[in-house]
Design a protein around this ligand. Structure first.
Ligand SMILES: *Cc1c(COP(=O)(O)O)cnc(C)c1O
Length: 389
């Protein structure tokens, strides 16, 4: 389906709401019926017919259609956060006694889902270095049911060879789940590579305006219905109609935001790679990136989140660099209109730091919609202040 059609027209039945160009927010918890027969009929398909908003709501249904089409999936569900989508995807496929193989260094709350929550219910896991597919094969056990991928991850950006892992999973009857937040559906479509379930933190690129926390899950009709009847309705981690509407609006500009931020990021990365105060840049489309060939093969573009290590003498200098930036906000998350920086030295006195092997001179940078020249000048003046002391 054509991208412009998906974003501007799919699922929008304007004659049902006074031909309004922008869809209404259906801010209602429940829906009424003309007679008992109609009510009985609707209850048979709560996934698709509005009955009660925990199950379905027209604003959310419109969004589901667009998200599914963007990921080339048959259907999609929308959740109140990316973590809720990840948890529903994983929990729906395992039971006590099962084993999960997960790529090393996934998103922190995906890690806790496996190590803290599912461990309590008798589901075991093995983390593997995903840069070599052989590590997945070696970690498989007779009770392995699921392989979890995140390609690339969002700190050091290691990739997994998605088609190769999918082939392995199919041989062993394992379900594959991937967190595709980094690339967005614009730059990577794992379902086309055979992955069973794709999840996103829609808080990031999909919504793109840093004003809502949302998650999405894309899969086959069969799997979506299974998750709907289980984790979705039971745990009830739904999105509000209002936030669903914000995501509908965010999607209108997804392709141009991806294009613009990627172009700017490539310029900023080129500047950083040539700068004497930068030791190392982690960016999948950089020719020096160890998995550059794989990145070019399975991603049609590279988004605007990357990391680098600074050649500065101490944490005080790192703090001077970060504090001197005028355009890059000191904040977590990414994917919005605004550029951000997350320095690892933030963690250096916290117990979380013990869990990371990343050094204090490491920063993660997100490039937003600002002008490339402005951002490069900003980094340049911050480098000068960091050096001078
Ligand atoms: C932010 C993030 C999540 C969690 O999403 P929320 O919307 O914050 O719950 C999951 N995966 C990745 C890669 C993320 O960056």
């Amino acid at each position: 389906m054509d991208l412009s059609y998906i974003i501007n027209h799919l699922g929008e039945n304007r004659e049902q709401y006074f031909n309004a160009v922008s869809p209404p927010i259906m801010q209602s918890s429940n829906f009424t019926f003309n007679n008992v027969g109609q009510m009985r009929q609707s209850l048979k398909d709560e996934l698709n017919v509005p009955f009660y908003t925990r199950g379905g709501n027209p604003t959310i249904t419109m969004l589901r259609q667009k998200i599914a089409a963007l990921e080339h999936a048959e259907d999609a569900l929308v959740f109140g956060s990316g973590s809720a989508a990840v948890s529903a995807a994983v929990m729906s496929q395992v039971k006590a006694g099962d084993h999960i193989v997960c790529v090393a260094k996934p998103y922190s709350w995906t890690n806790k889902l496996l190590t803290k929550l599912l461990a309590r219910f008798g589901v075991t896991h093995t983390f593997v270095d995903g840069t070599d597919t052989a590590n997945f094969a070696a970690a498989l056990q007779p009770n392995t049911r699921l392989i979890f991928l995140e390609s690339p991850n969002t700190m050091t950006f290691e990739l997994q060879d998605i088609p190769a892992v999918v082939a392995l999973a199919k041989q062993h009857n394992c379900v594959t789940v991937i967190d595709n937040s980094y690339s967005s559906p614009i730059y990577q479509n794992p379902i086309r590579m055979g992955v069973d379930i794709v999840v996103h933190s829609a808080t990031k690129y999909l919504n793109g305006h840093s004003d809502a926390v949302i998650g999405v899950l894309c899969s086959s009709h069969k799997i979506v219905r299974h998750i709907f009847e289980g984790e979705y309705m039971t745990l009830g981690g739904i999105v509000s109609p209002n936030d669903a509407w914000l995501l509908l609006r965010g999607l209108r500009t997804l392709p141009i935001r991806m294009k613009q931020t990627s172009e700017t990021a490539a310029q900023v990365v080129a500047y950083l790679e040539a700068h004497p105060l930068v030791n190392k840049v982690y960016y999948p489309f950089s020719p020096t990136f160890p998995q550059h060939d794989l990145a070019r093969r399975q991603m049609s573009g590279c988004s605007s989140l990357f990391s680098f290590e600074l050649n500065l003498p101490d944490i005080a200098a790192m703090e001077r660099f970060c504090n001197s930036l005028q355009y890059f906000l000191l904040a977590c998350s990414w994917g919005g209109h605004e550029s951000l920086i997350f320095p690892l030295c933030v963690l250096h006195t916290s117990e979380n730091y013990q869990q990371t092997t990343l050094p204090w001179n490491f920063v993660r940078m997100y490039v937003g919609l600002e002008d490339a020249k402005t951002l490069i000048q900003d980094i340049g003046q911050a480098f000068e202040k960091a050096e001078k002391g």
